[in-house]
Write a protein that binds this ligand. Structure first.
Ligand SMILES: [Zn+2]
Length: 502
């Protein structure tokens, strides 16, 4: 038993201060990501989540004698895209290996995985923490099948018996292993955020930690500052949200520092994160690779990717979030923050790109999207990952921006038009025609209104004439009011100045 077991996660600043005074945190992450295929990795069973237990099973994924695996190439395609997206070298030859262990949710007694010849290696993800950019190495990406699920709750005899659901058994995963390059929970959080974003952009994973389609284990150790040798690491499992990744790491760093400072020794082990008690608890001593007795799977040939096929996948790659952010910043003189907002999801980034291109006014497009549109989307609870059924298309937004640009409507009226487009799905032209919103720039039409505003606001006129510039703003406002916002403010301004000077 460890001499010290703090119960609660200390806050981030406390952990950073404790680390900074003496230690260095060494963190690596292993993420299991479910590929978004319709069928499993080695059989045609469905991968749909939430189906009745054991409905999506067959002799192959149940590991019945004589059943043979047949590789799902769609899964390989997605895994290769992920590898390219994470800047990895793709191995055109990789190998399936059996990872042997005995557990009820694994009917074959082994998991088909990749071991010494993984699909992809030597990649990286750029992270930015406290304004500092840093590369986090991706050591390897390998493919494997998922195990089934033990069900410990929900049955009258759940207290005594465990039930098994094999629907998930055989679902395709990629495991993405970082180098031990992370130095704080904050860096781990940023890495995960970017990883999730990249996988979502590539349509290979939905990033859903609650449904288990993205799972993350953390390897954590500390060493004295300046020490060369890594300390003994623990592996943290069972962390099912990004927030908990941060907490589990902070808890563990603090726990290990406590162990060392009380003269103890950190034990190499697997620890489970308990999110209710907010602490990690020892589960078992950590397995070594040799415990799994890996060997090449004799049922499956080498996974050989043809160069032509691979080049086609490479060519089909879309622009990834980091590159888009940099492009928005440099091409549109946008702030890093705004570029970050507009690249939150691939759908939003593509929406903006389209509206910017069609309107020729990227700045205006960005402002409309970040202001009004995102507010509407938030109010109506729209998922930013799918904007295909949005009532306001990029074309409509672009047309509206051009109406403002040409002076057909005022910027103020444009807000009304935007709201109306979102509500009705009508084009800006139709809305402007129907509601008679065309801006009044015609001097003759405005002169009468300006004159009556002048005669009705003698005080403001007197104040302006005595040098109070702000009174002009008030008078412009009165004209705008009289025209329901349709007057061209610039024309009104000029008219007023001319009249008041006379
Ligand atoms: Zn099956």
């Amino acid at each position: 038993m460890n001499p010290r077991q703090p119960r609660r996660v200390p806050n981030y600043a406390t952990v950073v201060a404790r680390m900074d005074s003496k230690y260095e945190a060494i963190i690596g992450l292993e993420c299991h990501c479910q590929l978004l295929t319709d069928s499993k990795l080695f059989c045609s069973c469905s991968t749909r989540f939430g189906e009745p237990a054991n409905m999506n099973t067959c002799p192959v994924c149940l590991g019945l004698p004589g059943a043979l695996p047949v590789l799902n190439m769609t899964a390989v395609h997605m895994a290769v895209k992920a590898g390219i997206g994470l800047n990895c070298k793709i191995n055109l030859q990789s190998q399936w290996s059996r990872k042997n262990y005995f557990y009820p949710d694994l009917p074959k007694g082994y998991q088909i995985s990749q071991y010494d010849r993984p699909l992809a290696e030597h990649g990286f993800i750029d992270i930015v923490v406290n304004g500092e950019r840093k590369k986090i190495g991706v050591q390897r990406i390998h493919m494997e099948e998922d195990a089934g699920k033990s069900v410990h709750e929900g049955f009258p005899d759940s207290a005594r018996n465990t039930y098994l659901d094999y629907n998930r058994g055989g679902v395709p995963l990629i495991e993405i292993v970082t180098k031990p390059d992370l130095r704080s929970s904050e860096e781990a959080f940023d890495y995960l955020t970017r990883l999730k974003e990249i996988l979502e952009y590539l349509d290979v994973n939905d990033g859903n930690m609650e449904e288990g389609s993205l799972r993350c284990d953390a390897n954590v150790s500390i060493r004295l500052k300046g020490a060369e040798k890594f300390g003994t690491r623990t592996e943290l499992k069972n962390i099912n949200s990004f927030r908990f990744v941060r907490k589990a790491i902070d808890y563990e760093l603090d726990r290990q520092a406590g162990v060392l400072e009380s003269g103890g020794r950190v034990v190499q082990e697997t620890r489970l994160w308990n999110s209710e008690e907010e602490r990690t608890v020892s589960m078992r001593s950590k397995e070594e690779a040799h415990d799994y007795r890996y060997f090449p799977d004799p049922d499956l040939p080498l996974l050989v990717l043809e160069d032509n096929w691979f080049q086609d996948v490479r060519k089909s790659m879309i622009e990834l979030p980091e590159s888009r952010r940099q492009r928005f910043v440099s091409a549109y003189a946008m702030s890093e923050y705004d570029a970050g907002v507009l690249t939150m999801t691939r759908a939003l980034a593509e929406y903006f790109d389209e509206a910017a291109r069609l309107s020729g006014q990227p700045k205006a497009a960005a402002n409309w999207i970040m202001g009004d549109l995102l507010r509407f989307l938030k109010d109506s609870d729209v998922n930013l990952k799918d904007l295909s059924s949005l009532p306001v298309t990029p074309r409509m937004l672009a047309d509206m921006i051009q109406l403002v640009e040409k002076g057909t409507i005022s910027g103020k009226i444009a807000k009304t038009v935007m709201e109306e487009m979102y509500r009705t799905g009508k084009t800006p032209d139709a809305i402007v025609q129907e509601k008679g919103l065309i801006q009044i720039s015609n001097t003759g039409e405005l002169e009468g209104i300006v004159d009556s505003v002048i005669s009705q606001n003698g005080d403001a006129v007197a104040q302006f004439r005595s040098g109070k510039q702000a009174s002009l703003g008030f008078l412009v406002g009165q004209v705008m009011k009289a025209t329901q916002g349709r007057a061209n403010p610039q024309t009104v301004n000029e008219l007023l100045r001319k009249r008041l000077a006379g």
